[in-house]
Design a protein around this ligand. Structure first.
Ligand code: PLP
Length: 244
């Protein structure tokens, strides 16, 4: 008889993440089930994603369109893929064509990308696509996302003008290290308050995608419903050297 397979490091890491998610939720009087864990697998091979899938996890995220377009068709179609971050307009078609099981697009940062997504969803006849509006809460020019002062306007456009998109909430990246000063998360909460008030949305119906490997517990304590965790599950990423 075959010996039981030794649990892979990514699976062990995933279990540890879930444990920490549970503790953070309980500390802040929230239900652990109200927090979705997106395992961000960018730069990681199919075999590693497969291990985490085989352990029962279904929600994965990618940030480079070429990668998700290549990986998704090779993996089971009950995966709920999240595209996280900025996407160029001319990549919308290939993303939606290759990933019919795209569950959420977390990266609407301007009206044009919203319009493109809306049109392509309609033309391929898939069900409405859940989308999050990305907000640049840290003011860093290197980060994409709409300025908090323009968040409401963009959400209005998505909610009222894009019938094939299902506005589901707000997303932010925040600063890489602000463990002692969560003002970026606070800014996202303020955006939600403004949006929900203006558009008559119940706050529970407006997700907050915030928190990554370095700050997900704090994000959960502040109300995050969706944490995007890459390196803590899959190990550090190695990027190929940039071609000059
Ligand atoms: C890569 C990435 C993550 C995951 O980052 P880690 O720090 O490795 O957890 C989360 N969100 C976005 C938008 C990303 O691009």
């Amino acid at each position: 008889m075959a010996a039981p397979a030794v649990e892979g490091v990514a699976v062990t890491a995933l279990r540890a993440v879930f444990h920490r998610v549970r503790q953070a939720a309980e500390r802040s009087g929230r239900r652990p089930d109200d927090v979705r864990v997106v395992a961000v697998s960018k730069t990681k091979p199919i075999s590693l994603i497969r291990q985490v899938y085989d352990a029962g996890h279904r929600c994965f995220g990618e940030n480079y369109v070429q990668e998700i377009v290549e990986k998704a068709p090779q993996l089971p179609d009950d995966i709920e893929w999240h595209y996280v971050g900025h996407l160029q307009n001319n990549k919308v078609k290939s993303l939606l064509a290759a990933v019919p099981n795209l569950a959420m697009f977390e990266g609407i940062d301007n009206e044009k990308i919203a319009n493109h997504l809306d049109r392509v969803v309609s033309s391929i006849g898939r069900n409405p696509l859940k989308v999050l509006v990305q907000v640049n809460t840290s003011g860093e020019p290197s980060k994409s996302g709409v300025d908090p002062s323009s968040c409401l306007e963009l959400v209005k456009h998505v909610k009222l003008g894009c019938r094939n998109l299902d506005f589901s909430g707000l997303m932010t990246i925040g600063m890489p290290d602000y463990s002692s000063t969560p003002e970026n998360f606070r800014a996202l909460l303020d955006c939600r308050t403004e949006v929900c008030k203006a558009l008559g949305i119940v706050e529970d119906q407006c997700e907050l995608s915030m928190g990554m490997s370095g700050d997900f517990e704090q994000a959960i304590e502040m109300g995050s419903t969706n944490v995007r965790i890459g390196s803590t599950i899959f190990g550090p990423r190695e990027y190929p050297k940039k071609q000059q």
